[in-house]
Ligand binder design. Structure first.
Ligand SMILES: *[C@@H]1O[C@H](CO)[C@@H](O)[C@H](O)[C@H]1NC(C)=O
Ligand SMILES: *[C@@H]1O[C@H](CO)[C@@H](O)[C@H](O)[C@H]1NC(C)=O
Ligand SMILES: *[C@@H]1O[C@H](CO)[C@@H](O)[C@H](O)[C@H]1NC(C)=O
Length: 371
């Protein structure tokens, strides 16, 4: 009896240990935006427990240079529906390159804009690969596939395959200064990151970009779990609880579009329907998602798209297939739902800035930079 009791205890302990790295691996289990030393010692040992990224494991993944070449080749293959631009540089000087896909790239139109960001964490490289696939697929299928054509013609899609090229090159989560970029944004509940000049160059590049472009919605791609995560990521009192934003219904809808279009995300045993509120899963502070919603009026999801943070490259084509319809349907949902349009001044007939409020929803979306 005693032995089986011990066994049960050991089993439970093992289970709780094996379920934790998923959290630590994905959005991260700590509010720290600093170096590894700032993680609790418990968490640090979990991080060290993770499989090392061996040379063999990196084989088949694009290097930063190869990624840039791939992005440029999309530009030359589909010049009339794409544009390549940089939003800044990483600590070590890699350009943060964005591929814009639209029939009028670079022009401001009364159409929704969506952004995808990959590789926020250097050791979660699946996003950068599938985003290059997505751009290539749209380039190849415009005027052949109705969904591709719809996206190209009715919205502007901005794709940043890697936000953290230095972390990728170093095979680690943080950037070259070893800061977790998904803890580096100003936070609504704690003033930890309020000093803008102390933000990392990658973080500042995103903040400037979001203020410049008027994104309707976005998603960042992570690895280490299989779930579509939506705001809020943090709760006011740091407790683990469902903490919904004013637009909770819309966010749940968007997350469900992703999970239901995915090969098997919605079948998750851990997350009902394959979606979760961030704070309900575990609260984080300084994340990119909440900042986008509050400061950019941009509805951002955090997508965990593969159980393994760094799977063998041979698995990438399957992961891309499993996520392809999700990515397309999520982007296209902006065209198929919601209210679209411009507000014009009655006297001059010119578009004017304004605020959009919906009765019953305690948030407002500012309509700025309309030309
Ligand atoms: C972050 O966590 C530390 C303990 O690990 C705690 O003392 C601190 O108050 C937390 N800060 C925020 C902003 O949650
Ligand atoms: C882009 O070029 C293709 C042919 O290469 C053409 O069929 C298509 O109409 C062009 N699209 C736009 C938006 O100009
Ligand atoms: C989804 O499919 C992948 C690949 O076949 C598998 O590894 C994973 O366990 C599946 N997840 C769920 C929730 O069914």
């Amino acid at each position: 009896m005693a032995i089986s009791g011990l066994r049960l205890l050991l089993f439970l302990l093992l289970r709780s240990f094996t379920s934790l790295p998923v959290q630590a691996a994905a959005r991260g289990g700590s509010n720290s935006s600093g170096t590894d030393e700032k993680y609790g010692s418990f968490l640090r040992s979990l991080l060290e427990d993770m499989p090392r990224i061996t040379e063999e494991l990196t084989h088949g993944y694009m290097s930063n240079l190869e990624l840039e070449i791939a992005a440029r080749s999309i530009g030359s293959r589909c010049p009339n529906i794409s544009r390549l631009y940089s939003i800044g540089k990483s600590v070590n000087g890699f350009a943060l390159l964005v591929i814009e896909i639209s029939d009028k790239p670079g022009q401001k139109e009364a159409e929704p804009a969506f952004k995808f960001i990959g590789n926020v964490h250097g050791d979660e490289p699946v996003g950068r690969e599938v985003l290059i696939n997505l751009a290539n697929w749209l380039c190849d299928n415009y005027l052949k596939d109705p969904l591709a054509t719809n996206i190209v013609e009715n919205m502007h899609l901005h794709i940043l395959p890697t936000m953290n090229p230095d972390g990728f090159a170093l095979r680690r989560r943080g950037n070259a200064n070893n800061v977790d970029l998904n803890r580096d944004f100003p936070d609504q509940f704690f003033p930890i990151n309020d000093e803008i000049n102390y933000r990392q160059p990658e973080t500042r590049a995103i903040m400037k970009w979001v203020k410049q472009e008027h994104f309707t919605a976005s998603a960042s791609l992570h690895g280490g779990a299989l779930v579509a995560n939506y705001p809020w990521d943090g709760s006011r009192d740091q407790s683990k609880q469902y903490y919904g934003s004013p637009d909770d219904k819309t966010f749940r809808y968007m997350a469900s579009v992703y999970s239901q279009s995915h090969y098997n995300m919605s079948l998750s045993k851990e997350f009902k329907g394959g979606i979760t509120n961030g704070a309900f899963w575990y609260p984080i502070y300084g994340g990119m998602q909440d900042w986008n919603y509050i400061h950019g009026g941009c509805f951002e999801l955090t997508l965990e798209i593969s159980d393994a943070k760094w799977p063998k490259a041979a698995e990438l084509p399957v992961i891309w297939e499993h996520n392809r319809m999700s990515m397309l349907n999520l982007a296209a949902s902006l065209v198929k739902t919601g209210v679209h349009g411009r507000i014009y001044a009655s006297d001059t007939g010119h578009p004017i800035p304004g605020l959009l409020m919906i009765k019953g929803i305690d948030s407002e979306v500012s309509l700025f930079r309309q030309h």
